[in-house]
Design a protein around this ligand. Structure first.
Ligand code: MG
Length: 393
């Protein structure tokens, strides 16, 4: 049976790979909606190829700028209400929006009882409590697109019994270690943007690639895993695995460790999340094992990569602290990418921002929006004063 599909964040790395998956399985999905916030011309080109029922753009000005480039019958929706409408309407929703802006679409899709393939980590990191609430909606399904969480989901799916989580001793997320694996703190003083963007195993957008270089991506994924699988962060460990072939593991109480393996290819978790419980026969990144394959594991270096520890710290603080962590990271990474903050400054900004966390509980989306804004204000102030003091002779 053909299911209608909304791809939110269609022009990004996950969005375009999802369109590739969809194109391989004609008849499985009918494109209902595509959204983009910045790459409007790319969005229009995708709409010409895939002919969705509607597209979603940020505002009225964007809508009029692409109106003439769209197929005649494609409707244009605008802003957050447009995203919420698109996320509520389709049978299957892929939320690949970058950052905090993706939260309302997640809540809308689950509230409407949709099958949600979630690539927007922030929904689970900053809005865990709110997502938990709407996940109980009849029909709602939440499938992780993040490769590590997709791996854990697959490991857990193999456990039987009334409460399979009782057999779990811990979840072990693997990290590639990024481009600076093995470097010491002092060797990381003047890394450039190009260095940070040279990820050894995965091709991704710039924000997440920088987050991989600081291990903040893994820190955010610890919070994501805790929310997704309903465990405390104390049950989520991280191990560095530079080959990125074991995508994560689950250790059971009897001493068994389950793992999911394939060569890095985001189309596998995307296809898993879109098709679940069915599997497609694409063989993305399959292991032929016809030549030697070495897999290594090592503990993360928390001194050279303090961002990982800061994520656990935010989880310990609770309330809206994860929103503060996320906002501070977004500001710091943006400042790093624009050349106003050194790489090691990213962790310093996040640390200093968390130290000013105000203990606000996470009651509703308004509280989150306020926490996000407050934390951004604090982080921007810290970035500015750091830039000033480093400019002084
Ligand atoms: Mg990941």
């Amino acid at each position: 049976m053909t299911r209608s599909l909304a791809i939110l964040g269609a022009t990004g790395s996950v969005g375009t790979q999802a369109l590739d998956v969809v194109a391989r399985h004609p008849g499985e999905f009918e494109l209902d909606a595509l959204s983009a916030w910045r790459s409007l011309h790319e969005l229009a080109a995708l709409a010409q190829t895939h002919r969705p029922r509607c597209v979603v753009v940020p505002d009225a000005a964007s809508a009029s700028s692409i109106a003439g480039l769209l197929p005649a019958r494609t409707e244009v929706l605008v802003g957050e209400p447009g995203l919420v409408e698109a996320a509520s309407a389709a049978d299957v929703v892929l939320n690949a929006i970058v950052g905090f802006a993706g939260v309302p679409a997640t809540l809308a899709a689950l509230r409407a009882g949709r099958h949600l393939a979630l690539a927007n980590k922030e929904s689970l990191i900053v809005a865990a409590d709110l997502v938990e609430h709407v996940r109980a909606t009849p029909g709602a399904q939440l499938l992780p697109v993040d490769s590590e969480h997709c791996a854990v989901h697959q490991c857990l799916a193999g456990l039987s019994g009334p409460d399979p989580m009782r057999s779990v001793r811990r979840i072990i997320l693997t990290a590639s270690g990024g481009p600076f694996r093995g470097k010491l703190t002092e060797e990381l003083a003047d890394v450039t943007v190009a260095d940070a963007l040279a990820h050894p195993t995965w091709q991704m957008g710039p924000k997440i690639t920088v987050d991989c270089s600081t291990l903040m991506n893994k820190g955010l994924e610890v919070l994501e895993a805790a929310a997704l699988f309903g465990v405390g962060v104390g049950l989520v460990d991280v191990v560095v695995h530079p080959q990125s072939i074991v995508h994560s593991m689950v250790e059971l109480v009897d001493g068994s460790t389950l793992a999911q393996l394939n060569r890095p290819d985001m189309r596998l978790p995307i296809a898993y999340a879109l098709g679940y419980p069915a599997r497609f026969d694409d063989g993305f990144g399959r292991l032929t094992l016809d030549e030697p394959l070495e897999l290594t594991f090592e503990p993360p270096d928390l001194a050279a990569f303090p961002c990982l520890g800061l994520a656990y710290e935010a989880a310990r603080l609770g309330g809206t602290a994860p929103a503060w962590l996320n906002a501070a990271d977004e500001c710091a990474v943006e400042a790093f990418l624009s050349g106003t903050l050194p790489w090691r400054g990213i962790a310093q900004v996040i640390d200093a921002t968390l130290q000013r966390y105000d203990d606000t509980p996470c009651d509703d989306i308004e509280a989150l929006l306020k926490a996000d804004m407050t934390a951004r204000g604090v982080a921007s102030g810290i970035i500015e004063s750091m830039a000033l003091s480093s400019a002084r002779p």
